[in-house]
Design a protein around this ligand. Structure first.
Ligand code: DX5
Ligand code: ZN
Length: 232
């Protein structure tokens, strides 16, 4: 079976108890902590900044001390200065929307120079063309299956076709270079559609409301994994 990663989005967590929420979801089996940054400019919502990332970083580890990557999704414009602040705050992976940066290639390099993995995020109506030029600078491609800005929205099915197109590109790239690039999908993922998202080619799944909206995080993550185990 492929390696699948579940990345709970703390956007739907209880912000008054964020450290404990991060710990609980890691104890429940989270592989990444997905951190949604919104600036009320690129998207119509305002969330959390580098100070909060720095505050939860010490919680991003398993009971045995193994680190759990902090997956920072920037929905901000402009990107560069905030990306550098998040790198200093402890981000392991930083993704941004190409429309939000004047110089996408420079932003990707700047994230990597700061010691983080870098990725690009594609909105439902965004073209994938930049992938023809930037694959060597990418560690992750993130396909949005909702319009960015809010948790709890419905999954847009067109994202499955888009993910499949990216999967084909990533497989061809891997055959040519031997390098793995993660394919993450974000928005409206639940236990009952995660298998379809995996079948389209995703290996990393963001889920906010589906996990934090339930009392027992482990029960949800276990069902997600069981459904992923059925994917051929
Ligand atoms: C949306 C965010 C998502 C969101 C996912 O702009 O990027 O990460 O928190 O939440 P759910 O899983 O509830 O759609
Ligand atoms: Zn996100």
């Amino acid at each position: 079976m492929k390696t699948y990663r579940i990345a709970p989005s703390i956007l739907s967590a209880d912000f008054a108890r964020l450290g404990e929420e991060v710990k609980s979801v890691i104890d429940a089996g989270a592989d990444f902590i997905h951190f949604d940054v919104m600036d009320n400019h690129y998207v119509p919502n305002l969330t959390i900044g580098p100070g909060v990332a720095q505050a939860i970083k010490p919680w991003c580890k398993r009971a045995d001390g193994t680190p759990v990557p902090l997956d920072v999704h920037l929905m901000v414009e402009p990107v560069d200065a905030l990306a550098q602040s998040f790198a200093r705050a402890g981000a392991d992976l930083i993704t941004f929307h190409p429309e939000a940066s004047r110089h996408v290639d420079r932003t990707l390099q700047l994230i990597r120079d700061a010691g983080c993995k870098a990725g690009l995020v594609f909105n439902p109506a965004s073209s994938l063309e930049v992938l023809d030029y930037e694959m060597d600078n990418l560690d992750m491609v993130l396909i949005m299956s909702v319009n960015p800005g809010f948790g709890g929205q419905g999954f847009i099915d067109e994202a499955l076709r888009k993910a499949a197109r990216v999967r084909a590109k990533l497989d061809a790239y891997k055959a040519r270079t031997g390098r793995d690039v993660l394919l993450e999908v974000d928005g409206g993922i639940k236990a009952d559609n995660i298998a379809r998202v995996a079948a389209a080619g995703a290996d990393t799944f963001v889920a906010g409301s589906a996990i934090f909206g339930q009392k027992d995080y482990k029960a949800v993550i276990d069902v997600m994994r069981a459904n992923l185990a059925e994917v051929k």
